[in-house]
Design a protein around this ligand. Structure first.
Ligand code: 13P
Length: 254
């Protein structure tokens, strides 16, 4: 049985007090439910406070990005070792906003994943096509290219510990969600790509989240799809009630 994994990507939002309140509300709302994995990804500057608040809870805390470098003269960067040191367990890598705005390539993303794993962090690797790529029938090809580049030289054991987030760029922050069928189809394609590159047990072990305008109205149906093992939620994760509703829509898959 695979547990669903619902993650909240807070992006560049909130103030410290609001971030602390949101973390507390999520923690209280979940009580000691452990049928679903839940993680939150606050901005860097709030991570230590939130790790402390959630220390004895079952909510994972992770960063939205990290450096591929170990340490040294990299002004403005944050290393995997630093994240681990303050209590983070997870890190989002290769989000489409990092790929497009900050020009992160699959090669950089691959280095970041390796560095995260070396530091004992569980990466959430994001992949997904643009509207133009979907319209021209290139979705599978784009996702295959992103996975090949991002997973280069990783062993099947390493890949088994990953979460992959399928986030179609056209659905992020637009209110335009992929239909459950559209999402399920790409998730099946991602699992097939992993099966071909590795083996069936790796493909079955890896969790694949859907991300892109997930909210409390559409989550249950998306999460009910066979190939969907969770959600990476942006906007709706900033409201505790919406986020908790999404968590309660998560079901277990065989
Ligand atoms: P929205 O849920 O706001 O569309 O954002 C999705 C996302 O980018 C999560 O990483």
């Amino acid at each position: 049985m695979k547990k669903q994994f619902i993650a909240g990507n807070w992006k560049m939002n909130l103030t410290l007090n609001k971030a602390r309140d949101l973390a507390k509300s999520i923690c209280e709302g979940l009580a000691d439910s452990n049928t679903v994995d839940v993680g939150i990804f606050p901005p860097f500057v709030y991570l230590k406070d939130i790790c402390d608040i959630l220390q004895s809870s079952n909510v994972f805390v992770g960063a939205q990005n990290m450096s591929m470098e170990k340490s040294g003269a990299f002004t403005g960067e944050i290393s995997g070792e630093m994240l681990r040191d303050i209590g983070c367990t997870h890190v989002i890598i290769g989000h489409s906003e990092r790929r497009t705005i900050f020009k992160e390539t699959d090669h950089i993303i691959n280095s970041k994943i390796k560095s995260a794993l070396l530091n004992g962090l569980c990466p959430i690797l994001c992949v997904g096509e643009s509207q133009k790529e979907r319209d021209t029938g290139k979705t599978d090809e784009v996702v295959d290219g992103q996975l090949s580049g991002s997973l280069e030289n990783l062993t099947s054991e390493q890949v088994k510990g990953l979460t992959i987030a399928y986030e179609p760029v056209w659905a992020i922050g637009t209110g335009k969600t992929a239909t459950p069928d559209q999402a399920n189809e790409v998730h099946a394609c991602i699992r097939n790509i992993i099966r071909k590159k590795y083996d069936n047990s790796t493909a079955q072990s890896v969790r694949i989240q859907y991300g892109g305008s997930v909210n409390s109205n559409n989550a249950k149906e998306l999460l009910g799809q066979l190939e969907i093992d969770g959600a990476l939620v942006g906007g709706a994760s900033l409201d505790p009630d919406s986020f908790l509703d999404i968590v309660s829509g998560a079901v277990r898959h065989a």
